[in-house]
Design a protein around this ligand. Structure first.
Ligand code: ZN
Ligand code: ZN
Length: 248
């Protein structure tokens, strides 16, 4: 767990960023603000084999910018000759070009990484891990991600409002990580996030064995949030915190 904050990180914290490891392979799931520094503290960034991005909100990808500079210019990356694969949603290449094009570095990210826009309908093999995607409703096109290895699975709901898609996609998963951004449901306009009680209720219906709540501000009452999710889930609930490790 490199970062678990919502769109603004806690003091000393980071937004979404999750290292998933199996065998000697390691992939980074999301790369929000603050994540690259956390990655450097935890692992050699030149050894990450792939980065996978759930959606194109800044708190899920903006640290690809410093990561790309490190791959392009650092001694370590030059010595390692590393160019990690980057799997990002359809349209990502254009979004990255627009952002880094603001300072005339349009190809910064696609040059540093081996960029692929994934097909959400297709499975992705990152041996020994198998990934699949499923669209979930949020403010922009967003994909939940499931990682399987051996007989085990980990499912990440990304950002989403209440929905049936994640319940079906996460069916019987060993570890389900859901956002619990809100203390109260949004009252006006389109919903985009979950409360802790809603996350627990979705996990309960999916048959997930364990639930981790993430995308939460450290300013929230975390004991209340956990109790809310325990009440609706009825199984083990953990609150994401930076540095946490979960074995699946
Ligand atoms: Zn989002
Ligand atoms: Zn987010």
């Amino acid at each position: 767990m490199l970062g678990k904050s919502p769109a603004w990180q806690d003091a000393g914290g980071a937004c979404s960023g999750y290292l998933v490891e199996a065998g000697d392979r390691c992939l980074l799931l999301d790369c929000g603000n603050g994540v690259f520094g956390k990655l450097r503290a935890a692992r050699d960034f030149t050894q990450v084999c792939a980065v996978v991005i759930s959606h194109l909100h800044a708190d899920h990808f903006i640290d690809l910018v410093p990561y790309a500079y490190a791959l392009a210019y650092s001694h370590q990356a030059r010595a390692a000759g590393s160019r990690p694969a980057l799997y990002a949603p359809p349209g990502a290449r254009e979004t990255f070009r627009r952002i880094t094009g603001a300072w005339q570095a349009e190809e910064l990210i696609e040059d540093a990484f081996d960029l692929h826009e994934y097909d959400p309908a297709a499975e992705l093999a990152l041996d020994p891990m198998q990934l699949r995607f499923h669209e979930v409703p949020h403010f922009i096109r967003t994909h939940a991600v499931q990682v399987r290895e051996g007989g085990s699975s980990f499912t990440y709901g990304a950002d989403c409002r209440p929905n049936e898609a994640i319940v079906a996609f996460a069916r019987d998963t060993d570890l389900l990580m859901l956002e619990a951004t809100l203390e109260q449901p949004e009252e006006a306009g389109c919903r985009g996030h979950l409360t802790p009680a809603e996350a627990g209720e979705h996990a309960q219906r999916s048959g997930a064995r364990r639930l981790v709540l993430t995308h939460m501000s450290g300013d929230h009452d975390l004991a209340w949030a956990r109790a809310e999710a325990v009440r609706t889930f009825g199984g083990p609930v953990e609150l994401a915190h930076e540095g946490a490790v979960y074995d699946v």
